[in-house]
Design a binder for this molecule. Structure first.
Ligand SMILES: [Zn+2]
Ligand SMILES: [Zn+2]
Length: 250
């Protein structure tokens, strides 16, 4: 009875959020200021604080450099990653964080059209190569049940509206319900994530060039573990594409 009640209330909550997006006048995704209907739901002040990521950055992991030309960063020269390169639309600053939290924890799906538009206009968009498959970073089924949606899948749909048939929702799954990564340092994040992901449909991965989609690139541990599993299953290339990334990941 209890779990049924919980299920209904979570579903009801998402229904209410969807309804709110439809019924209420549009407002800024970051500060909530009312806005005229527009393709990008940021008020002029907040839009000003959205920072597109542009060169110079690490040609592999996308770490942002303050000046100079793009090149491989020290970490990528020494050790590297399982993914081939990582690109992101915007810097994960306070404004970006508010909009992302609104989607993830407030279920504000109206944000997706805005994120899709920002992606289209971003320099990172030009770095995307032709791909065979688009794979969102999966949530564990327990978290998916609680949240009601996987924000990475929604982002993949918003980012690649013309390539939706390439989106593979079930090729990669999260088999461990890892605790939140927030507050963990690099080594603890890696321990927490070890073997968290498994390729359940290798035939959709083998020999393929893949774009892996996530909301935020923080230390890169999550996408790196996904890329490890995909490469082990025979993927020939894994490029990471996220909505935002922290300015410094090390
Ligand atoms: Zn605003
Ligand atoms: Zn790098």
């Amino acid at each position: 009875m209890n779990s049924m009640f919980r299920k209904i209330s979570v579903k009801g909550l998402h229904y209410l959020h969807d309804l709110a997006d439809l019924c209420f006048p549009p407002s800024c995704l970051a500060c909530g200021a009312p806005l005229p209907q527009s393709a990008i739901l940021f008020c002029p002040d907040c839009l000003h604080r959205i920072t597109f990521i542009r060169e110079p950055y690490c040609t592999c992991c996308g770490t942002i450099f303050p000046a100079g030309a793009s090149h491989l960063c020290g970490h990528c020269l020494r050790k590297g990653w399982h993914f081939d390169r990582a690109r992101a639309v915007m810097v994960y600053n306070e404004t970006a964080a508010k909009a992302i939290v609104g989607l993830k924890f407030g279920g504000r799906k109206a944000a997706l059209a805005t994120f899709g538009k920002l992606k289209e206009q971003s320099p990172a968009n030009r770095d995307l190569v032709i791909t065979d498959a688009i794979i969102p970073v999966p949530l564990h089924r327990n978290r998916l049940r609680r949240r009601g949606f996987n924000q990475s899948l929604l982002l993949a749909l918003a980012f690649f509206p013309d390539q939706r048939r390439k989106i593979q929702k079930t090729a990669l799954t999260r088999q461990r319900d890892t605790m939140s990564q927030t507050g963990l340092d690099g080594a603890a994040r890696r321990r927490n994530m070890r073997d968290a992901f498994v390729v359940t449909r290798p035939e959709e991965v083998r020999g393929k060039k893949i774009v892996l989609v996530d909301d935020v690139f923080t230390t890169g541990t999550t996408v790196n573990e996904c890329a490890r599993a995909l490469k082990q299953a025979g993927a020939v290339r894994v490029d990471v594409f996220t909505l935002a990334r922290v300015e410094k990941n090390r």
